[in-house]
Structure formats: structure tokens, C-alpha cells
Design a protein around this ligand. Structure first.
Ligand code: F6R
Length: 608
């Protein structure tokens, strides 16, 4: 949430700040702002809404030639997403941008107001600015003043700060939210929310640790830990990432990203399958025989990926596999010990609740695994084992290719664990591995339903509610389908286990209620077929996603069906992900909503 960039090069920084904000817009797009410092003057522009609004203002008003500047894209936490609340905030000599939430902000604000402070926005950020300004009045040393002010904050934050009269100095601080320092490829220093934001300028990145402060000038940077000690942090060399940030010949990133799925599945599988021997390769140190329980934790789409994984892992490990949303897991005091294998699933590797759950599991002695897409993320750095999803950068806020890569990894892991535990014979494991290796082709074939889905989407665009139903691994796919639809079309949608329908939701069914039923031809098909008939008897508007053979039977009943390619039961959640993604996308395109940046959302949720 919220993206931060800071640049100190001594040469005009405004253009660089805008390029970086473009890469950060995925973190929030409620408002954006930039400030530069030049000869004691602050040049600042802010605009509500997307970055393009800010760019328009800067084209008209300019941003000076300052050699130091900070920028921000906002996902609102305190205060409406308007220009007054947009960052950077200027308080006296302090110019500041912030990502995170200050928990004791009301208390601090009250105290400041009592002492006569004038607070003009509703943000917690402005409060931090006042604290720093007050400390600057009583401390000659800027470093001491910053450390004293930030020491008063409770909560999670990443900050970038400039001080009028100190045009050489760019300041950063982090606690709970990520912040990295880039050493300029050509010159200067940079601070940013992630390596992507720094990628136009820097390949050498230092990830700040919890409680760190950085004081950077054009030529030097110093990092202090929370206790105020000067520390050295490792310099990481990062590959160029910004080249992938274009839509190719697609209208939206979402389309580009879901059509990339066959490719990114191949890349992901390459990490786990030895194609010569048809064996799954999982780090041998990740020894499943040491555990008696698996716990998987994640949020949103990643949670549905974990739910699919649960069906597989229970089958191949015979262990109890628990799946929870991170925001619940961390507060319910779960019993954990060293016999638990804890798996966090996350695209960004930064989601605040998932990260907190990972830390809790570590603290309680679990071995931790991160199924994660961003290799430089905090989770990648903190988990005991990393299982990468090689989906590449996902720009669209709604996750598509990352989800399919997450289930790819969990499928490979299930085979690997099943074999290590001798629950899967070598022969069965090898057959499942060959099946998995056929996924890129199968997914490619699944896109053949696009034309039929477009027709369906035009009807769905007219309704207010949609139900998605499925059994077994199709149940999480039904929930993912509902999430995708509501996220990008704002149509209310719910996913249910088909067998649960009679226990309440069936009351919703009438001729105005469309139901998308995900019914691959597997062991539960007959049960789902009975549910289809129950719904038909009550006049529900049914569309069944199933195989060719079953689609013909359904159509013979006078109902609608779309036929997906035949696959094994193991691979069906992959195949049936494609029509639900296409449905959400084409409905949104037809309705004209903002597909890549839906309202109120942000790509990386780094606040609780
Ligand atoms: C939905 C979506 C979100 C994320 C969730 C977790 O399309 O993208 O529900 O899946 O916010 O994010 P990560 O995977 O980054 O932890």
C-alpha cells in the first residue's frame, strides 16, 4: 500500500520521480504527489486520483530543477483520498511521505493540538512531520532529531523525508513496511518501497531491516539500527525489471497476464521438475517426514490457491492440512510447534498479515516455507525455505498468473511430499509429474472458450448478483471466480461449495439469479449434477462449465453449458481457472470499469 520514492543526485530529479511512481502505482492510486527542494524552496504538486492527473499538473506548473526529491502514490488509510490528504506533506521545514499506519496517531495528534500545532490534513503522516519539526527545534543534529521523533511512533511505517536547509540529505526509516536503498548506477542514492521502484536507476539494492534509518547524500549513505548504532547492510545485485512493465499488444495488463499463463507455468515448473527423469525436485532439506501437520496461511486469491493445495496435500501426505486467512490466523492464538510445517502463499511477499503470520510461526518453532513471486520480498528473505512462483511481475491489481503459478507450486510440492512419504509410489509420482508437465499446453487449449465466455459476459454485465458453485478443488475456484468478478466489475458475487446450497443460499434462487457451476467430470460430478437439477427446478439461470461430453448432456436438459478441454481430475482446477478469469475480464471490459486498477484496491497490502 502506498508507494515511496526518494532521489538525491544533485541533478534535476523530477523526471526520475515520475518514472518511478509509474512503477509504484500498483501499490495505490487514490492520489499521488511529488516534492523537490531547490535553493531553500519546496516545489510540490499533488493530485487526487491517478498519477496521470499529477503528470498533467506538473506539465503545466513544472517542478523546478531540484537535485533532491520525494514522491508518493497513496492508498488511503487516514483521511479521504483528496488532494489535501495527498503526500508529500510539508510541516515547517519537514517534507515527508509515508506508507503504513501510525497506531498512536490520535494520542499524538491530541498532544500536538494541545500544544498549538496547526494540522491541516486528516492524515497520520502530518503528525509525524510535526513531531520531527518539534525535535529539529530542540536538536541541532538532524539524525538525533529524526531518531527521537520516530521513536515516539507506534505502528507500521516506511518514510522518506527531506528537510529545508539540508538539500544534500535524503532520509528514510522503516518499521513494519518495506523500504530499500538503491546505489545509483550512474550517480546518487535512492530510497524506494521496492526494488522495482528503484529499477530505472539502480541495480545495487540494500534492504533496510526493521527499525533501520538511512541518511543518504549524493555520495554517501549511512544506515543506523533501531538502537541508533551505525550498521552495515548487505548490498544485493538485482536484475533489470522495468522492461516487463508494458502491455504488449493487449488492451489491459490483465489480458496480457492471463495469456502469459502457459509460459509462466512452464517457467515455474522448470524450478520443480527434472524433465529428463520426470522427477519432482524439492530441496531435500525440506524433509516432510519431520512434520505431523501442515498449516497454510495467506490472503485473498492466494488463500484460494492454498485451499486448492489443501485437497492435494491431504491426499498425498495423509496429514492434517489447515488453511487460514492470515488476518484471522495471527489473532486466534493457534497451537504451533516444531512439528508443524508452515506455508505462507503470497504473490508480493509483503502482505502485512501474511508476513506477521510467518513471523508468528517462526517464533513458535515451525519450519517456514514461502510460496512467493517476488524473490526480493521480505517473505523471501525471512522464510526458512523459498518455493518461487516464476510468474514475473504482475501489474494488474487482480491476480491471475500469480494464482496459477501458486497452484502449480503446490501441485509439485504435493507430488514431492507424497513420494518422500511413500504414499505415492514412484510410478504414480512420475505419472502425476508428466501430467503436470502437460499443463502449459492444456492451459493454452482452455483459452478456446473465450468467444463463448464473451457472450456470457455480456449477459452477466446486466445483473447485480452472481453465484459460483463447485465441489472439491472446484470450490476454491468458484470462490476465486466470484472474487475476480466482484473485484473488477463491482458486481456482487459469492462462491459456495455446491453441497452447501441447500443449507441457505438456495433461497436466493429465482430466474434473475445467474449461477456459474464449475463441474469437471470427476468423482463428484454426479453430486454436482443433482445440485444443477435442484437449481433448474427453481428457475435459476444456470451456466455449467464442464467437459464436452457432460456439456452435451446438460444442453439436452435445456440448460446452458460451456465445454472445457478434458483433463485429469488433478489438473482440473487449472483448466477451470481460465473461464472464470475470462468471464471477470470480459464483463469488466463490457461494463467499461477500470480493469487494471479497480476502485479502492491496491496490489500490495502492507497494512493490516
Ligand atoms: C485478488 C488479489 C488479492 C491478493 C491478496 C494477497 O485478485 O490479488 O486478493 O491475492 O491481497 O496478496 P499477496 O499474494 O501479495 O500476499
Amino acid at each position: 500500500m502506498c508507494g515511496i520514492i526518494g532521489i538525491v543526485t544533485g541533478k534535476p530529479v523530477a523526471t526520475g520521480l515520475i518514472s518511478s511512481l509509474k512503477l509504484l502505482e500498483y501499490r495505490g492510486y487514490d492520489s499521488a504527489g511529488i516534492a523537490t527542494l531547490q535553493n531553500g524552496t519546496v516545489w510540490r504538486e499533488r493530485a487526487a486520483g491517478k498519477l496521470s492527473n499529477l503528470e498533467k499538473k506538473i506539465r503545466v506548473n513544472g517542478l523546478g530543477d531540484g537535485g533532491i526529491g520525494i514522491g508518493h502514490t497513496r492508498w488511503a488509510t487516514h483521511g479521504a483520498p483528496n488532494e489535501t490528504n495527498a503526500h508529500p506533506h510539508i510541516i515547517g521545514d519537514v517534507v515527508i511521505v509515508h506508507n503504513g499506519i501510525i497506531e498512536n496517531y490520535q494520542e499524538l495528534r491530541g498532544e500536538l493540538l494541545k500544544n498549538g500545532a496547526k494540522i491541516s490534513s486528516d492524515t497520520d503522516t502530518e503528525v509525524i512531520g510535526h513531531l520531527i519539526q518539534n525535535q529539529l527545534k530542540i536538536n541541532d543534529n538532524v539524525e538525533t532529531a529524526i531518531q527521537a521523533a520516530i521513536g515516539m511512533l507506534r505502528g507500521a511505517f516506511a518514510l522518506a523525508i527531506m528537510i529545508k536547509g539540508n538539500e544534500e540529505l535524503l532520509i528514510g526509516a522503516r518499521k513494519g513496511c518495506p523500504l530499500a536503498v538503491g546505489i545509483g548506477d550512474v550517480e546518487g542514492h535512492y530510497i524506494g518501497s521496492d526494488a522495482l521502484a528503484l529499477s530505472p536507476f539502480s541495480r545495487q539494492i540494500v534492504y533496510l531491516e526493521e527499525g533501520d534509518f538511512v541518511f543518504a547524500t549524493k555520495n554517501t549513505f549511512k544506515v543506523y539500527n533501531e538502537s541508533g548504532e551505525l550498521v552495515e547492510r548487505e548490498i544485493n545485485i538485482i536484475e533489470q525489471q522495468s522492461a516487463v512493465m508494458d502491455k504488449g499488444n493487449h488492451k489491459h495488463y490483465m489480458a496480457k497476464e492471463f495469456f502469459e499463463q502457459p509460459d509462466v507455468i512452464s517457467h515455474t515448473l522448470a524450478n520443480y521438475i527434472d524433465m529428463d527423469t520426470n522427477q519432482i525436485n524439492i530441496d531435500s532439506k525440506l524433509d516432510i517426514t519431520k512434520f505431523n501437520r501442515i498449516i497454510m496461511v495467506s490472503c485473498g486469491t492466494a488463500y484460494y490457491a492454498a485451499m486448492v493445495g489443501k485437497y492435494w496435500l491431504e491426499k498425498t501426505t495423509h496429514m492434517s492440512v489447515e488453511v487460514d486467512v492470515a488476518s484471522e490466523f495471527r489473532y486466534r492464538n493457534p497451537p504451533l510447534n516444531e512439528k508443524c510445517l508452515f506455508i505462507v502463499v503470497s504473490q508480493s511477499g509483503e502482505t502485512a498479515d501474511s508476513l506477521a503470520a510467518l513471523r508468528l510461526a517462526k517464533e513458535k518453532g515451525c519450519t517456514t516455507v514461502a510460496v512467493v513471486n517476488v524473490p526480493t520480498s521480505t517473505m523471501s528473505r525471512e522464510a526458512d525455505f523459498i518455493l518461487p512462483t516464476s510468474a514475473g511481475t504482475e501489474v494488474c491489481v487482480a491476480s491471475t498468473k500469480a494464482f496459477i503459478c501458486q497452484i502449480t507450486v503446490l501441485a509439485a510440492l504435493s507430488i514431492g511430499f507424497g513420494k518422500s512419504l511413500n504414499i505415492l509410489s514412484a510410478d504414480d509420482a512420475s505419472k502425476m509429474t508428466m501430467d503436470l508437465a502437460s499443463l502449459p499446453r492444456l492451459i493454452n487449449d482452455s483459452f478456446s472458450v473465450e468467444k463463448e465466455i464473451i457472450k456470457l459476459a455480456h449477459n452477466i454485465a446486466k445483473v447485480e448478483h452472481v453465484l459460483f458453485l463447485g465441489r472439491h478443488t472446484s470450490f476454491p475456484i468458484a470462490m476465486e471466480g466470484a472474487l475476480k468478478l466482484k473485484e473488477i466489475t463491482y458486481i456482487h458475487a459469492e462462491g459456495y461449495a455446491a453441497g452447501e446450497l441447500k443449507h441457505g443460499p438456495i433461497a436466493l434462487i429465482d430466474e434473475k439469479m445467474p449461477l456459474i457451476i464449475i463441474a469437471p467430470d470427476n468423482d463428484t460430478y454426479e453430486k454436482t449434477r443433482s445440485n444443477i437439477e435442484e437449481i433448474a427446478a427453481r428457475g435459476g439461470d444456470i451456466m455449467v462449465f464442464t467437459t464436452q461430453k457432460r456439456a452435451e448432456e446438460i444442453r439436452a436438459l435445456g440448460l446452458k453449458a460451456i465445454a472445457l478441454p478434458d483433463s485429469s481430475d488433478f489438473l482440473s482446477p487449472f483448466v477451470y481457472t481460465i473461464p472464470v478469469q475470462l468471464l471477470a475480464y470480459h464483463t469488466a471490459v463490457h461494463m467499461g470499469t477500470d480493469v487494471d486498477q479497480p476502485r479502492n484496491l491496491a496490489k500490495s497490502v502492507t497494512v493490516e
